[in-house]
Design a protein around this ligand. Sequence first.
Ligand SMILES: NC(=O)C1=CN([C@@H]2O[C@H](COP(=O)(O)OP(=O)(O)OC[C@H]3O[C@@H](n4cnc5c(N)ncnc54)[C@H](O)[C@@H]3O)[C@@H](O)[C@H]2O)C=CC1
Ligand SMILES: CC(=O)N[C@@H]1[C@@H](OP(=O)(O)OP(=O)(O)OC[C@H]2O[C@@H](n3ccc(=O)[nH]c3=O)[C@H](O)[C@@H]2O)O[C@H](C(=O)O)[C@@H](O)[C@@H]1O
Length: 426
Amino acid sequence: MEICVHGLGYIGLATASLFVHNGHKVIGYDTDDRVRRRLERGEPEVTEEELETYVRDALDGELTISSHPEAADYQLICVPTPYDRDAGRADLQYVEAAARNVRPLLRADDVVVLESTVPPGTTATVLSPILAESGLEPGTDIGLGYVPETMLPGNAVTELQSNDRILGGIDADSTAAIEELYGTVPTGDLRVAPDATTAEFVKLVQNAFRDVNIAYANTLALTARDYGVDVREAIRLANNHPRVDILRPGPGVGGHCLPVDPLFFAERSDETQLVDAARRVNDRMPGYVADLVAEALGTLEDKTVAILGVAYKGNVDDTRNSPGLEIARILSDPETAELRVADGGMGATEIRLCDPHVTSPTLELESLADALDGADAAVLTSAHDEFADLDPRRVGSLLGERVMVDPLALMDADSWEQHGFELVGI
Ligand SMILES: NC(=O)C1=CN([C@@H]2O[C@H](COP(=O)(O)OP(=O)(O)OC[C@H]3O[C@@H](n4cnc5c(N)ncnc54)[C@H](O)[C@@H]3O)[C@@H](O)[C@H]2O)C=CC1
Ligand SMILES: CC(=O)N[C@@H]1[C@@H](OP(=O)(O)OP(=O)(O)OC[C@H]2O[C@@H](n3ccc(=O)[nH]c3=O)[C@H](O)[C@@H]2O)O[C@H](C(=O)O)[C@@H](O)[C@@H]1O
């Protein structure tokens, strides 16, 4: 079958490659010239090794990059859906633009599938009317539906090929046509939702569930501290119950999915109190970690703090909503730093950033040795493999004060304390 994929970012490129690897001819279109040029040269901007090989193989095969969208049996939309904080709603401009691009290409019986994460109702009430302006009615003349992507950054290819897929058409024929396409690629089970809106809702349910679960773990961490209880030991013991499965507390919830997608629920509902509270709990964690740094050092004035990890989680290079960067921002902000300085002085805190996975022209990133050299404290904010074997002897010889803040509990406390460290956890 011929497929045109709109948006060749993390999801679109992986999806286009999945279909090529399974015998389909795919035209890939992205509005960004730079993205298209790189792909035309066979140089995808992908940092997961397995995904990079997977995409390169597709580019060597039947994945064609085009400067304009083309007619195809299936039009797949994988464009960004950021949250507009000022407006308090999802910014659907990219979905709308993609729909307008698809509109003139449509032929009877073509099928349009949205994969981007969106507020429930988007396919039926935003996408459908734009496509209908073609003169072909979605649900009657053309197919239309929603198929969320659920692959986990860091384990993309495996999850792309093995996760269950949920799909929902705006009518039975659309659902059948979408099933026909996704049935040709390896996945877990295909799960048919009653309609597109339910499929959109389920995608948000999954990410909000994870966010709420992590917020519960973070709440437990703060509560356990008041009782002098080791939260990780408590969660480990609690999880032995056959029906309890609590996630891990940490320095905050980053990325562009968990901190954003739960907010989409509020678009047309006032009943989102629990989900909103979870967001607030998780958003508070970087400030809490900054407080721990200030507490351990007694003052932030003239102190130097090394932040080890600006990626939003371990072994990825994505810095969106990064807890490490938020902790850095809070510690270096004179206003908040002043509040956090135990002795009341102004906190001219120097921040050094280190991350072996991230390359960024806008961040001044240092090597591990340079970041630690003479610093007063280190904060371990991303669970990168490179940090797993940090040697307390080496770190101790570089740091000015032996203070290691470890909100992810990556280090062995006994071993670090034996080397004279104050290991601060949450
Ligand atoms: N990254 C992730 O882990 C996951 C993302 N999602 C969702 O998938 C969607 C896409 O996310 P990513 O691939 O991560 O975004 P991304 O930012 O990596 O890529 C999106 C691409 O779409 C292009 N684009 C924008 N408007 C376009 C248009 N009208 N036509 C063609 N191309 C256009 C952009 O230039 C960009 O290259 C979002 O809704 C996101 O929430 C869903 C599951 C996982
Ligand atoms: C339900 C679910 O597992 N959703 C996944 C999620 O990917 P993402 O990389 O954002 O999720 P993640 O690994 O939980 O990381 C998010 C953030 O949460 C933090 N985190 C994660 C687990 C945990 O126990 N404690 C914790 O604090 C991480 O450090 C990170 O800062 O969101 C993706 C998406 O929807 O874009 C989705 O495809 C993925 O399958």
